[in-house]
Design a protein around this ligand. Structure first.
Ligand SMILES: [Zn+2]
Length: 208
């Protein structure tokens, strides 16, 4: 939490907006304590999911062309493997996911791309880049890019909100669950990867 530009209030509000626009009750989802129903939430949004084997910028450009969207390839290696990619015009978006990734990883990638759609795909980005909105093509492999960190934080808040992490975190703190068991329990319950669960529990220990 020592990243000065990471505004958690803004990120949580984007998560709440995403859930409420899908017609769902965020408090009820958090109370249920089960994996967040990402597929159901997606249905309430103008988002189309495209799962592609061997996802690369080149593969994305090809799929966009097939849909009649003429988008330039982003800078960088066109064959670099990607976990996810979002192409949007600020109103609707196509989210590409790498079909080869495990289920939990794809869930996180999807939540990450939704984060870009909710926080970076609207009018603000169009103004910042001074480009026609429909030509926006999000791709940035730079881990230090604030937008990447924000999208990751959005995914963590959407898939592992604190209220849903508290059970394992409290058991871990009380010593009734060891670190490995706590990570596995959280990963299984919320359908996230062990790495994501471990990172979230570590964050919780950092702020609690
Ligand atoms: Zn990203």
């Amino acid at each position: 939490m020592d990243i000065p530009y990471l505004d958690l209030t803004r990120i949580r509000s984007a998560v709440e907006t995403f859930v409420s626009r899908a017609g769902a009750d965020w408090s009820a989802i958090k109370r249920a304590g089960k994996a967040v129903p990402l597929g159901d939430l997606l249905d309430g949004h103008p988002l189309c999911l495209v799962e592609v084997k061997n996802l690369t910028p080149q593969a994305v450009a090809l799929r966009l062309q097939q849909r009649g969207i003429d988008a330039a390839l982003p800078a960088g290696n066109p064959r670099q493997p990607l976990a996810g990619f979002v192409y949007g015009d600020g109103l609707r978006a196509l989210i590409f996911l790498n079909r080869d990734d495990p289920f939990a990883r794809r869930r996180f990638s999807l939540a990450h791309e939704i984060g870009h759609f909710m926080m970076h795909g609207g009018g603000a980005l169009a103004r910042a880049t001074a480009q026609p909105a429909k030509k926006q093509m999000e791709y940035n492999p730079d881990r230090d890019d604030p937008r990447e960190i924000e999208a990751h934080a959005f995914a963590a808040e959407l898939l592992m909100p604190w209220e849903m992490v508290a059970h394992e975190a409290a058991a871990l703190r009380a010593g009734t669950l060891g670190p490995q068991r706590a990570i596995l329990a959280l990963a299984a319950r919320l359908q996230v990867s062990r790495q994501a669960a471990a990172r979230r529990l570590a964050e919780w220990r950092g702020v609690a």
